[in-house]
Design a protein around this ligand. Structure first.
Ligand code: E4P
Length: 251
């Protein structure tokens, strides 16, 4: 399963790229609002960090408006994928952008049927929002399982991109469900790295290593822990040695 970062924060994207786990990025108007500046400028910078797909979301509600914004985003960089909402207008925009060779990510998917329609219209990526479904007492992962099943059973060309992820369990369950991609906030990516036993294990190994290398530390050599063969020395007293606890001890 590919991992995308769900953010418009350049530093977070750079860090994930350095960790070697970044396959792409998703942004939306709310994530962009947190960083501000120019959306075009931010998108260009993100596309300079990752060669993977970078989703840029339209905000227009009319088909013509979505097409206008989508074409503009697609000119910014070759790895831009235009994010279009699930709606009647969105489906038409997806179909027309597909005809122009522009890849789309259908966002705000909350049912397997919506995903099926987006795939038929030509969306490259289908984004079910699992966290928002869980928030309203539904089971977001059920939609993922159904949509993955439909895509695989019918050999559809779209990939299922699990979005609105809230915790590391969501990621593991998305992978087990056979989703192609999970887009995760930076916080969740860090939670996936850490485990209390891994973190304390690293500290303990370091502590033991430092202890054995500390000045004045007497290492117990392998030879010293071998069982000793005791050779009786009848004249030990004369040679300055005596038997002590089963061992020869120099005085
Ligand atoms: C990504 O493509 C989505 O826009 C994002 O995952 C939505 O997440 P949210 O439900 O936490 O806002």
């Amino acid at each position: 399963m590919k991992i995308f970062l769900d953010t418009a924060e350049l530093d977070e994207i750079r860090v994930a790229a350095r960790w070697g786990v970044l396959d792409g990025v998703t942004t939306n108007p709310s994530l962009f609002a947190k960083v501000g500046g120019s959306y075009d400028g931010v998108l260009r910078e993100i596309c300079g960090i990752t060669a993977g797909p970078v989703s840029a979301e339209v905000v227009a509600e009319s088909v013509d408006g979505m097409l206008h914004e989508g074409r503009h985003f697609a000119r910014l960089a070759p790895n831009i994928v235009v994010k279009v909402p699930m709606s009647e207008e969105g489906l038409e925009a997806i179909a027309r952008l597909k005809a122009e060779g522009i890849r789309t990510n259908c966002t705000l998917i909350f049912s397997a049927n919506q995903g099926l329609l987006a795939s038929k219209a030509g969306a490259s990526l289908l984004s079910p929002f699992i966290g928002r479904l869980d928030d309203v007492n539904a089971n977001g992962m059920d939609v993922v399982r159904e949509l993955v099943g439909i895509v695989k059973a019918h050999g559809l060309a779209s990939e299922v991109l699990v979005a609105s992820i809230r915790n590391p369990r969501h990621v593991a369950e998305a992978a087990l469900a056979g989703a192609h991609i999970a887009t995760v906030p930076h916080k969740v990516l860090r939670q996936m790295i850490h485990h209390p036993l891994a973190d304390t294990g690293i500290l303990q190994f370091r502590k033991d290593w430092d202890t054995v290398r500390a000045p004045g530390h007497h290492r117990v050599s392998a030879r010293a822990v071998q069982p000793e063969r005791v050779t009786p020395k009848p004249n030990a007293a004369m040679s300055g040695q005596t038997r002590h606890g089963g061992r020869d001890v120099a005085r």
